[in-house]
Write a protein of this length. Structure first.
Ligand SMILES: Cc1cc2nc3c(=O)[nH]c(=O)nc-3n(C[C@H](O)[C@H](O)[C@H](O)COP(=O)(O)OP(=O)(O)OC[C@H]3O[C@@H](n4cnc5c(N)ncnc54)[C@H](O)[C@@H]3O)c2cc1C
Length: 408
């Protein structure tokens, strides 16, 4: 690893890797470290991406690797046992697609391929042990200095970074003008910065698999609100679909421990027969769900992005889309700034991202409450909401523009 760099990104997951590519495209020097010895394997999720996210990944050369990406031509929203339902077609809004479904594993592989092709340095397994602030001229802060040193008026010029397994008396592995924590919901960078976080356990687990349907969904993505928990069926090409069902922990664990056929039978009963018989086409994977929110996005010469900043319930398929907008905004904010970690640059970035973060939070938390809580009157509201969506053209247009990522 080179001694100094403009930006050190901790975490080479989808967010850290995309940010590295965006910065590299601007000629900004950056490096990555990741604690895992190997890139992710076997991630069978089907990610719903907005048209805005697609454009960003196209611009970074990532999209061309995503051969399994499928356009979402329409969105069908319904609730089991209720009158309300809504079917929104891209063509009715002059659009080719409302977004796209991307196989998550293809995304991981595509990002890794592009990082390698651009020779962006990535060290793994490697994790930051300490990252105190250091003045440009002075010797790096002694090893005993706390990582979360109080912020001076303008943070001194570097963060000196020691990686795990370094000896006590060893010099830092490198100095960085800016450290980005893209190291997931348990972010070590967030801990090092002393940024508090709020955690809410949803008490739910997302069960994910692929199914073969008797009928081709023709690019339709289905969102269905079952009393057991919200579910989605997403086109994966031909009659193959991605399935996700967010269930209370105990029921989800029972499915995960049993034969997949039991899960598929219950899924079929809850989803209905609009695509004919559904058959298992991949193993069942489980993702425990909790809400994580860092109190701040930035600290002196550091910032948080992706799950390290906020992890959301997947009900609205927003987490990665939001983080991609963050990555693009950070790349813009750094521009050709001589010092990418300057307080003014980070403050401007954080201010520019507040409204989008608040919107995604409100949308996701609102949907979780609306569709997973059983309070008097909520089910009527749900039906009205879905029915209203079908008949209220301006509301529909707004939803379409947002889900396609055409407005923030
Ligand atoms: C079931 C499910 C479905 C979803 N569907 C969608 C969707 O349809 N659309 C959407 O937009 N979003 C969706 N999301 C959200 C999306 O998955 C997240 O927003 C995204 O994965 C966040 O990526 P990340 O890189 O921030 O974090 P992660 O994917 O957690 O990656 C973190 C990386 O940091 C590394 N790391 C961990 N600790 C350290 C450390 N100490 N030092 C260095 N490296 C470290 C890890 O090895 C990993 O590589 C979904 C989430 C779930 C759970």
């Amino acid at each position: 690893m080179a001694a100094d760099c403009d930006v050190l990104i901790s975490g080479a997951g989808p967010v850290g890797a995309t940010l590295a590519l965006a910065l590299h495209a601007q000629g900004r020097g950056c490096q990555l470290v990741d604690a895992a010895p190997q890139p992710v394997q076997g991630d069978d999720r089907s990610l719903g991406l907005t048209t805005g996210s697609q454009r960003l990944l196209e611009g970074l050369g990532v999209w061309r690797h995503l051969r399994g990406a499928q356009p979402i031509r329409s969105l069908h929203i319904s609730e089991r046992g209720r009158f309300g339902r809504s079917h929104i077609h891209a063509r009715d809004h002059g659009l080719d697609a409302l977004g796209a479904v991307v196989p998550a594993q293809q995304l991981h592989d595509a990002l890794a391929a592009e990082l390698a092709a651009r020779q962006i340095p990535l060290q793994r397994p490697a994790a930051i042990a300490r990252m105190p602030l250091a003045t440009p001229e002075a010797a790096p802060t002694p090893a005993s200095a706390p990582c979360s040193a109080p912020a001076p008026a303008q943070a001194p010029g570097w963060r000196a970074v020691w990686l795990q397994q370094a000896a006590e008396d060893e010099a830092p592995a490198l100095r960085a003008r800016l450290v980005v924590g893209a190291d997931g919901a348990q972010s070590a960078v967030r801990t090092a910065l002393g940024i508090p976080r709020a955690v809410e356990d949803y008490g739910q687990v997302a069960l994910v698999t692929q199914l073969d349907a008797a009928r081709d969904p023709q690019g339709c993505a289905y969102e269905r609100f079952d009393p057991g928990g919200p579910m989605a069926v997403l086109p994966r090409g031909g009659r193959r679909v991605g399935a996700i069902w967010m269930l209370p922990r105990r029921r989800a664990e029972a499915f995960a421990a049993g034969p997949i056929e039991d899960f598929v039978a219950a899924f079929q009963q809850a989803f209905g027969w609009r695509l004919g018989r559904l058959r298992a086409a991949a193993p069942l994977l489980r993702w425990p769900l909790s809400r994580v929110r860092a109190r701040r996005l930035t600290g002196p010469r550091a910032l948080l992005m992706g799950n390290a900043a906020s992890a959301f319930h997947p009900i609205a398929a927003q987490g990665f889309n939001l983080a991609l907008r963050d990555a693009a905004a950070l790349a813009r904010a750094l521009g050709d700034a001589p010092d990418p970690g300057a307080d003014a640059v980070l403050a401007a970035y954080e201010a520019s991202r507040q409204a989008d973060h608040q919107h995604v939070e409100r949308l996701t938390d609102g949907l979780v409450k609306l569709y997973t809580q059983d309070l008097p009157g909520l089910s009527q509201l749900r039906s009205l909401g879905l029915y209203g969506l079908e008949v209220a053209a301006p509301l529909q247009r707004r939803l379409v523009a947002r889900s396609a990522g055409l407005v923030d």
